[in-house]
Ligand binder design. Structure first.
Ligand code: ADP
Ligand code: MG
Length: 352
């Protein structure tokens, strides 16, 4: 149990936490999401006792053991000791801080490395491991202290998708065994592992609820805008011979992930295909498919041209253009910050 009561914390005039109250139950998994600078790291550092705060209180039900506060912490960079092997990294604190016998700790450390799938690298030094393996070692090292609360601050933010999955698989095995507070931008994972999601904005808890309440039905304007911002798919087309089935599959995955109806999948695929019929692809096109408050949007960024791509009379007569007009409630051509041409389209709702 963690009871955070009206804490406020400032750094040189910046209010990082502003009257934050939150209660986290025993063995509950809570994800904290929000834009960068919203106070997520400060909040978990305060829970860990690593940062003092000006007012309010944080109470837990943990009994400290031999000076260990029962709280484990994992950062986005693993912070393993570079001069120690992975096994030695895991053994250090239980032996030195808790005074446990070396042999017993070694046996447990080996089991722990097996559990997180990196037993084979137990005698390697951290800099020879992949970043995903290092992150799993860092989690294993925290677990060696048998924490009652595990705090993780963007543990996968520097990892590729495969390593991200491996780390998340490890975390999933810990559910129901300890209290977990996870700061992440990965809303898919937050949805699958969390009992509750907290959305922070400007140092405050803006909204909290079940994953479905926060991700599928956010109430606050800031939460909606953050969630929408996370809900997009980018696809880069480098030549006219792009992989059309792959692009369609990506759109399908995007729609499945956000539980969009099949009619939306079909409209998106059709609109993207017709758009790509109308614009030159040889110099590359960056596609963005996003779900926003306005609905489903498609953006295509392509090199700037003298004449607008979609205004030519010949294009207006094109069958592809008529189909696009039928599918979209808005088609606009403009420029972005990098001075590329951007075509923005919003699909009509339930056209099919
Ligand atoms: P998040 O983790 O959500 O990105 P942080 O908790 O790191 O946000 O930061 C919240 C606010 O506090 C930001 O405005 C940030 O610039 C400020 N801040 C964080 N740490 C420090 C620090 N050590 N010194 C000064 N300002 C800080
Ligand atoms: Mg942070």
């Amino acid at each position: 149990m963690i009871r955070i009561n009206q804490i406020t914390k400032s750094y040189e005039g910046t209010r990082a936490l502003d009257d934050v109250s939150l209660e986290i139950g025993r063995n509950e998994v809570v994800s904290v999401i929000g834009y960068s600078g919203s106070g997520k790291s400060t909040l978990i550092k305060c829970i860990a006792g690593l940062e003092p705060f000006e007012s309010g209180s944080i109470v837990t039900d943990i009994q400290p053991r031999n000076g260990y506060n029962g709280i484990g912490m994992v950062f986005s960079r693993s912070n393993l000791f570079p001069h120690l092997t992975i096994l030695q990294n895991l053994m250090l604190a239980p032996v030195k801080v808790l005074g446990r016998p070396k042999e017993e700790v070694e046996e447990e450390a080996i089991q722990m490395l097996d559990k997180v799938g990196i037993w084979a690298v137990k005698d390697a030094y951290p800099d020879t491991l992949s970043s995903g393996q290092r992150q799993r070692a860092a989690i294993a090292r925290s677990l060696m202290m048998h924490p009652e609360i595990l705090l993780l601050d963007e543990p996968t933010s520097s990892l590729d998708p495969l390593s991200t999955r491996e780390v998340f698989n490890v975390l999933t095995t810990l559910k129901d065994q300890m209290t977990i507070v996870l700061v992440t931008h990965n809303t898919d994972f937050a949805r699958s592992i969390s009992d509750r999601i907290v959305f922070m904005s400007n140092g405050k808890v803006c909204e909290e609820g079940t994953p479905s309440e926060i991700i599928d039905h956010p109430k606050e304007r800031q939460t909606r805008s953050y969630i929408n911002h996370c809900m997009n798919m980018v696809y880069e087309i480098t030549s006219p011979k792009y992989d059309h089935p792959e692009l369609n599959a990506r759109i399908e995955v995007f729609c499945m992930r956000y539980r969009l109806p099949f009619s939306d999948t079909y409209s998106l695929q059709l609109a993207v295909e017709e758009l790509l019929n109308l614009i030159p692809l040889d110099e590359g096109v960056n596609l963005l498919v996003a779900k926003s408050e306005k609905g489903l949007e498609i953006e295509a960024a392509l090199p700037k041209s003298e004449e607008p791509y979609l205004s030519k009379e010949s294009i207006k007569d094109d069958l592809s253009y008529s189909i696009l007009e039928g599918l979209c409630e808005r088609i606009e051509e403009g420029t972005n910050e990098s001075n590329d041409t951007v075509i923005r389209m919003t699909l009509k709702q339930n056209t099919i």
